[in-house]
Design a protein around this ligand. Structure first.
Ligand SMILES: [Zn+2]
Length: 348
């Protein structure tokens, strides 16, 4: 088992950028994340990884061919907006497809070699559904190809026990849509309610054999560490006890960090640490084979303080804090209690 963390980074992401550099999803974000990593205590045990492969069949694991072809056509027109907040450049198809390919490669390597991987892709992916816009969202929310979904889908080639944790402030509607009927991907998504993409109700829990496997925790503005810790203690840990996941994909968005310019959650280092320390324990004790963390959003201090706390805890280099969990609002709590009891036999 590797004691290092593998990180996928390449400066190729600069080719996906708006000319004015004023869009919140811009290249500086990723450079900030990389600088955070370099200044963290895990840098000496980090291995940067990149290869110039692009396998279109990887995209087709989670996206329709028509959508992939449409993105190619849009990119051939050069820089423009494909909806009111998502842009492409001449290079976006190649850049985004590479990161999805690398998500596939990292996942397989991670599972076989029992390694931890962190992907730093741009553009992000969790809002991209099978055909782009997902679950009736107004736009694609800066996303083109869904790297987290590619990771989870490729893990299904290896195991039937996959957990997706999405702690980005926005609901991972693309990922949820892609696995809506897939019972072997349990997706826990904690997000701010009432902002983009407007999805992610507790009652939306998947369908058919997958009903109950999509667990949404919508939060009011200014919810913070206590409720994240509650989700970890009362939902994630019991689910793992029940299903003994072999692999975890984390849609790691640091726009849930306090003061992010696009959102209003109040999460700090403590919540990311708690989640990552738990994942570290699972990994260290060989209870999971791999953990693949994929950067999603994050437009402010979260890329510094939040990401640093997360990676250091993921390597076991943060001390455990005592934080008392706090349940979400009574209505969300009641609905969650029903989903967890009915489909998982977990009593809140
Ligand atoms: Zn987000």
């Amino acid at each position: 088992m590797g004691s290092h963390i593998n990180v996928v980074y390449s400066d190729e992401h600069w080719l996906h950028s708006d000319p004015g550099g004023t869009h919140p999803e811009n290249p500086n974000r990723l450079e900030e994340a990389l600088a955070t990593l370099k200044s963290s205590t895990v840098w000496s045990t980090t291995r940067l990884y990149y290869e110039e492969s692009l396998d279109e069949s990887v995209l087709l694991l989670v996206h329709d061919r028509e959508y992939v072809e449409w993105i190619k056509r849009e990119c051939s027109r050069g820089f423009h907006y494909i909806d009111s907040d998502t842009y492409v450049t001449r290079h976006t198809y190649r850049v985004a497809a590479r990161y999805s390919t690398l998500a596939y490669i990292a996942t397989h390597k991670g599972f076989e070699e029992k390694e931890m991987w962190i992907l730093l892709p741009r553009p992000p992916g969790h809002h991209a559904g099978r055909r782009g816009v997902a679950l009736g969202a107004p736009t694609q929310g800066f996303c083109i190809f869904n790297h987290s979904a590619v990771a989870a889908k490729s893990l299904l080639e290896k195991t039937r026990k996959v957990l997706v944790i999405d702690f980005d402030a926005h609901h991972g509607n693309g990922t949820q849509e892609i696995f809506w009927n897939e019972p072997h991907v349990i997706h826990v998504d904690i997000h701010q309610h009432g902002i983009y993409p407007g999805t992610g109700w507790v009652s939306d829990s998947g369908s058919g054999e997958a009903v109950g496997t999509k667990i949404n925790i919508p939060l009011p503005p200014y919810a913070g560490d206590e409720v994240y810790v509650w989700v970890l203690e009362k939902i994630v840990k019991p689910l793992n006890k029940q299903y003994s996941f072999e692999a975890v994909v984390v849609s790691a968005g640091f726009d849930s960090y306090a003061g992010d310019p696009l959102t209003q959650l109040n999460v700090t280092e403590a919540a990311y640490e708690a989640i990552a320390l738990y994942l570290y324990e699972l990994f260290k004790e060989k209870r999971v084979r791999t953990i693949i963390s994929i950067l999603e959003g994050g437009y402010g201090r979260g890329l510094r303080e939040g990401f640093k706390a997360y990676v250091e805890a993921l390597a076991g280099k943060r001390a455990k804090r005592r934080i008392k969990g706090k349940p979400p609002s009574s209505r969300v709590y009641r609905e969650l209690r029903e989903v967890l009891s009915k489909y998982h036999g977990i009593e809140l």
